[in-house]
Design a protein around this ligand. Structure first.
Ligand code: SF4
Length: 398
């Protein structure tokens, strides 16, 4: 065994694959095998195959499934475990979406036509990863040739186990030598591919390889350098973190100090405001008392004026009443005098009238007596005349 083969064997021994390729669906399109590879992440081989069968029966084409919601695909997943079926449904959508996005369809058979183009194409299939895409390339090549992708070339180059390789075409032979040295892809080559793909997917990313986590860091030329830089970076970051912590601590203390000063200032301001408010309240109270005193004085003055006015008015009214009473008394006295005068006059008139009546009655009585005397005298005369006549008649008759 050459030194290079020993180095590769040592490298491969450090890698533990976490995904095993499924038994491919013979004669099925590559898209179905892609789905199978994705589904076996969650389901068993039999469940994955049953799921693909259900999916094909349920939908007219793959596009219909791509635009479905995962919840719509869930009943087609051949498991009763809700969490696993939802995850598998999401994986189906993601798988179809990624294939559609980069191939504008679902025909992966083009992988068979140009292995160089295929090796570049699979670098876009980030959801599938290189373990699946290398497996699909291997299927596309009828399991006869070792899949060579840009990521695999990059990793081999970083490991430093081969010569510096420029292109995919030129890299094929050196990588085949590393994998086993055989043109045919047997179990050894498949294991090489699986373990290398595991590293590519988990750590050896194109832009930011995670060399500090990679199990091959001690055997990798690029990784050792990157790890050293990473450690330096970590030290710098730690120093920066400490400095940042110190800076933050200083800032925190300053902030605390500032807040304390602000709080004290605020406290003083509040106290001053409180004192001012107290003074203002006392002034207002004094002002209120003074105002009340003035009001009370004014009220007393007004009351006194009103009282005096009322007294003057009462006196005036009394005087007026007395004046009116005197006038009334005078008027009554005048009326009484008048009535007395009239009564006196009336009594005098009555007395005069009575006297006149008395005189008149006396006159009448006298006249009556005179008349009666006259009548008596007339009767006496008549009687005397009758007696005379009678005596004369008697005399004549004799
Ligand atoms: S150590 Fe870094 S560069 Fe080397 S294989 Fe691992 S991830 Fe890739």
């Amino acid at each position: 065994m050459s030194a290079k083969s020993e180095a590769v064997a040592k490298i491969l021994a450090k890698i533990q694959p976490t995904w095993q390729p499924p038994t491919p669906l013979e004669g099925a399109p590559l898209v179905e095998n892609a789905l199978l590879c994705v589904l076996v992440r969650t389901l068993s081989q039999a469940q994955a195959e049953a799921t693909i069968k259900s999916l094909k029966q349920a939908a007219g084409d793959w596009n219909e499934l791509r635009v479905c919601q995962p919840q719509e695909l869930q009943p087609l997943i051949a498991t009763k475990d809700a969490a696993r079926s939802l995850r598998a449904a999401r994986d189906v959508r993601e798988c179809l979406q990624e294939i559609f996005q980069w191939s504008h369809g679902y025909d992966l058979e083009s992988l068979k036509e140009d292995w160089v183009a295929a090796g570049k194409f699979v670098t876009y299939l980030s959801f599938h990863g290189h373990r699946i895409s290398h497996f699909l390339m291997w299927l596309a090549a009828d399991k006869k040739t070792l899949p060579i992708s840009a990521a695999l070339v990059r990793m081999v180059d970083r490991l430093g186990v081969g010569e510096r390789i420029g292109s995919l075409k030129k890299s094929r032979a050196p990588i085949e030598n590393l994998a086993g040295g055989s043109k045919e892809v047997g179990a050894k080559e498949q294991d090489f591919l699986l373990r290398m793909s595991e590293v590519i997917d988990r750590w050896c990313h194109a832009q930011k390889p995670l060399c500090h986590q990679c199990p091959l860091v001690d055997d990798c030329v690029f990784g050792r350098k990157a790890f050293k830089e990473w450690k330096v970076q970590q030290v710098r970051m730690e120093q920066y973190r400490k400095k940042e912590e110190q800076r933050r601590e200083i800032l925190r203390k300053k902030e605390e100090e500032r807040e304390k000063k602000l709080a004290e200032r605020e406290k003083k301001r509040r106290e001053a405001e409180q004192a001012k408010a107290e003074r203002e309240r006392a002034r207002m109270q004094r002002e209120e008392q003074r105002r009340k005193a003035i009001e009370s004085k004014e009220k007393a003055r007004v009351d006194e004026i009103q009282r005096r006015k009322a007294a003057a008015e009462a006196a005036r009214v009394e005087k007026e009443r007395q004046r009116k009473a005197a006038i009334e008394q005078k008027r009554k006295q005048a009326e009484q005098r008048k009535r007395d005068e009239e009564a006196r006059k009336m009594a005098a008139a009555k007395a005069k009238a009575a006297a006149q009546l008395k005189q008149k009655a006396a006159a009448q009585k006298a006249a009556e007596q005179k008349r009666k005397e006259a009548e008596r005298k007339a009767a006496e005369r008549k009687k005397a005349a009758a007696a005379k006549a009678k005596k004369s008649s008697k005399t004549r008759r004799r």
